[in-house]
Ligand binder design. Sequence first.
Ligand SMILES: Cc1ncc(COP(=O)(O)O)c(C=O)c1O
Length: 450
Amino acid sequence: MKDSNFFTENNARHMWHPMGHPGAMQEHPPRVIVKAEGSSITDATGHTTVDGVGGLWCVNVGYSCQPIKDAIAEQVQVLPYYSSFAGTSNEPAIELSYELREMYAPDGMGRAFFTSGGSDAVETSLRLARQYQRIKGHSTRTKFLSLKKGYHGTHFGGASVNGNNRFRIGYEPLLPGCFHLPSPYPYRNPFNESDPEKLAQLCLAAAADEIAFQDPSTIAAFIMEPIQGAGGVIVPHESFMQGMRELCTQHGILMIADEVICGFGRTGDWSGSRHWGVKPDMMTMAKGITSGYFPFGACMLSEEVAEVFEKSDAAEGSIWHGYTYSAHPVGAAAALACLRETQRLKINENAAPRGTQLYEGMLGLMEKHDIVGDVRGGHGLMTGVELVTDRAAKTPASPEIMAQVANAAYEAGGMVRVGGNNVMMSPPLVITEAEIQTLINAMDAGLSAV
Ligand SMILES: Cc1ncc(COP(=O)(O)O)c(C=O)c1O
């Protein structure tokens, strides 16, 4: 074991980190997290905080889930790996596909295609959507629609449908044929409309207009997060996703619900789609599927979509897509154990009231701190706080201010995540009332520091 000086000296020297500047990381090395328990994490200096980020919106069952740890350890002993490319399979993956079908039958899902994470799941959904349209004889349906402010991972397909330009501009040109619709984001939108219901109608009208302009016969699929996460926790009005579902059905466009964050209880329901009363054609999942204990994801398909593939001839319907680690037996074992704990503990039933507590706590801080321009949440454990230096002009707080807030919150006992001028919180779904209060107090301290 290396000593702590080794880690301090070598931190960010030989490893590049996602979502940050490699030079800046060397100047301001990241915190080294050394252990975690329940909903708390401890860094190398011994400082312990409530993890308001849940790892990265993923550690739904918390850090102390012994059944997942045991399942991983046992599976590694029995079968650490085997391929699931056509011709071979493994028992945990078969059982997981059965369990997921049971869990997501109310959303209309019937099959699972396993991946190594969320970006892979999104990529899978986009590719299969095009193939579905070809099998149906609609080979001109190749385009994708998505929402501005959406986040769908970082592969070229997912980045192309992403709606935040900081994930796009350094990597352009992206995939042609991807078009972005206005986000139902009441705090900032081109319609200058702050009423969520009216805004939803305006966004739906803009979507209908874009579909007509593109011509529906050229559009393969529309992808959206039921609640936009990384874009700043943007909660659409309850009519929005249903309205998009109707538009998609009317025009033969597949609806992909990106459930990578919303799935497995975060919204208070088992999926974000169910939260809004919508049945999509596909769902992408990751994060909470193993609570982050093993990199794993899935693209789920409705019975109708699955049948189109299954009844097609081999030339058209064979899936020439997949990953070495698709249906990884250790990942599948982790997911199975995680699903059992997720359901046994009914973590969705804790997410709802704790999410309301966190949201109301942030609304309280908005009254106290002028720098808070907008607070979003109230639908499970995802809360966004948008910081502005001038409330009337909605001037986004600078990166320096954002870092100051997050650092002071951390010192006061709460780890939060910054994205642009938003502070985002997505703690483990097993978090307690007292721990949420710690997070609220930490945010109060963070906001008081600027
Ligand atoms: C909605 C959504 N889709 C896709 C992804 C990408 O998942 P991953 O980082 O596992 O590739 C994320 C990651 O945060 C996400 O929030």
